[in-house]
Design a binder for this molecule. Structure first.
Ligand SMILES: [Zn+2]
Length: 264
């Protein structure tokens, strides 16, 4: 049986409030979360100024959202690996298990699948030396089914299931999770209103079927954490209002996870 999921929220919740990465992790901990996903902004900043060697986060950072690859590395595996090596050292220090990337390009454009296989296959090989897995995220335009040929050609890669993106592209998140059983390395959990748009709300505020999603994660053998990503619940510049929403999100996650554990 997979270990029980810990509730997490990404540090990007507090980035528009202008607090430090350390403070963001303290606020997430105070809100009731047990782990966090490192967002791309804080990650890039702390890597650039070297502070990653000193910061001790207030809770485990078990997943990281990597930024877009630099333009010259987007189709070049050697350049992509050279760019990723310093990231690897930082993520390893903090115990990150899964690093999430958005896939490159548009699945309908010739060469896009091959570019994703080449670049992320090479990054995954380097990351594996540090015990880090690489997950590609389903986007609204790059829906989950379009990732299948990438994963067929690059066995080390897995999926980061973004539930709101799945809903916006017409998929049911629980069916996406089931279709990728054994390859679900990460999750971005949020609710959405069912319209074809990019909207990320606290679970329970939209149309997602949370008991079905949790059951699907368990059946799929998912061994990561229950990471929320809810950019539309942020209040830029207002730490108190954002913290209140983080507390609501923590309560929602706890309710969903306890419902799961008491189910037969
Ligand atoms: Zn996402």
């Amino acid at each position: 049986m997979p270990p029980s999921m810990r509730s997490g929220l990404w540090t990007g919740m507090f980035r528009p409030c202008g607090v430090t990465l350390l403070r963001a992790t303290e606020l997430l901990h105070e809100a009731g979360f047990e782990c966090a996903e490192l967002c791309e902004r804080y990650a890039a900043e702390t890597l650039a100024d070297g502070s990653w060697k000193r910061v001790e986060p207030a809770l485990p950072l078990t997943q990281c959202h990597a930024p877009r690859l630099p333009e010259d590395a987007a189709g070049d595996a050697d350049k992509a690996v050279a760019w990723f090596r310093p990231w690897c050292a930082m993520l390893f220090r903090w115990g990150v298990r899964t690093c999430v990337f958005h896939p490159l390009g548009n699945p309908g454009v010739a060469g896009a699948i091959a570019a994703n296989v080449r670049v992320f296959g090479a990054i995954a090989a380097v990351a594996a030396d540090s015990g880090i897995r690489i997950a590609l995220e389903n986007l609204v335009a790059f829906r989950a089914s379009a990732l299948i040929p990438v994963f067929d050609a690059a066995p080390a890669l897995g999926i980061n299931v973004d539930t709101a993106h799945a809903i916006a592209s017409g998929d049911k998140p629980e069916e996406v999770i089931a279709a990728f059983a054994g390859r679900v390395f990460g999750v971005h959990l949020s609710d959405s209103d069912g319209e074809p748009r990019d909207l990320h709300l606290i679970p329970g505020r939209g149309v997602a079927d949370w008991p079905a999603i949790v059951a699907a994660l368990r059946r799929a053998g998912y061994d990561g954490d229950f990471h929320l990503e809810i950019p539309h619940e942020r209040v830029p510049g207002d730490v108190d209002a954002t913290f209140a929403n983080a507390c609501k999100a923590a309560r929602a996650a706890r309710a969903i996870l306890s419902e799961r554990s008491s189910a037969p």
